[in-house]
Ligand binder design. Sequence first.
Ligand code: CP3
Length: 373
Amino acid sequence: QSLGAGHPLSAGLTSDSALVRALQGYRPEHTPVWFMRQAGRSLPEYRELRSGTRMLEACATPELASEITLQPLRRHGVDAAVFFSDIVVPLSLVGVDVDIVPGRGPVFAQPIRSREDVVRCRAEFTPERLRAALDPIRDAVALTTAELGSTPLIGFAGAPFTLAAYLVEGGPSRDHLRARSLMHSDPETWRELLEWTADLSGVFLQAQVEAGASAVQLFDSWAGSLGAEDYRTHVAPASRRTLDAVRPYRYRDTELEGYTSLDRRVPIIHFAVGSGHLLEELAAVGVSALGVDWRTPLDEASRLLGDVLPLQGNINPAYLDAPQAVLETHLRDVLARGRRAPGHVLNLGHGVPPEADPTVLTRIVEFAHAHRA
Ligand code: CP3
């Protein structure tokens, strides 16, 4: 399956970008850098644009979602844009009653706890129905990539486990115990729940790739609460299923013609917070690169993985308020450790905190660009 000729990867616009090359295991001139949650409350221009509009309404308004996606690019000069949306957007668009409550996170009117709940949801909120509701996402991505030119747009989705954790709990929770209990008390219902969330996230990712995203990231934010055995048995198959929705898309690489394989796929980044004990499992679902949080040094992560996978991360967000010299020492350390991996994309070890000073983020970008990869 080929990406359309107008897609930024097939058209040769983003195929030789620092981000895409690093995710393919090359060392571009400088280490590419972007920040998870770079679009958001740390930016005054975001707070102004969002005022009076609910989060999920903003996500379903293409002009607004596109403009918010572009804001951190203009301000920081990052090497990639990340699509402004949320992991629960596909659930919301397909009709599930969910709201994002400021300061709290996604809250569901009806938690999904029983076999009957899962059967009802699967019957009502189908992938076909979601596909028919995704025009606002396709339009927002198309508007954005038209502005971005040679800067890649990263699309994303929530991993089936993290979505299921929200659905079963009905909202944010500390340890996701109700979700992890369902996994063991009724593994068959659990499997069907994860297949459903996997398919919706897969359709969401596919729409972003078809509309112009040049890479994707799967966020399994809460997978760190699982042991490796539970992850392998009860979660990994569903995450693989989500990513299978984008694996078939191919493009011909224009830049390296005649040297290496011309046929390439859209790069996939996989990220989970607090997942130092799961890195091999996260890699085993079949990805191009792993996001690493700030707890695991990048050289250790790379060694554990046999030095074969590009890595993304992992500036400790706790350094953002430190004096410039202290922050720079930390950045040098992260960049040095990142050299052990075949490719390195600089990022924070988790999302930008809402109270972060955006001028510090701009300085991190300048620092990364001033140092050879
Ligand atoms: O990274 C980006 O700039 C792209 C946008 C993005 C958002 N959410 C926008 C957002 C991405 C990639 C996400 C993913 C997401 N959403 C995750 C996975 C990443 C992670 O942080 O681990 C999770 C767990 C969610 C669920 C969610 N949505 C939470 C926990 C919250 C915060 C609630 C709060 O107010 O503290 C949201 C809301 C949300 N998603 C905001 C943004 C910019 C804040 C909305 C606002 O401005 O009020």
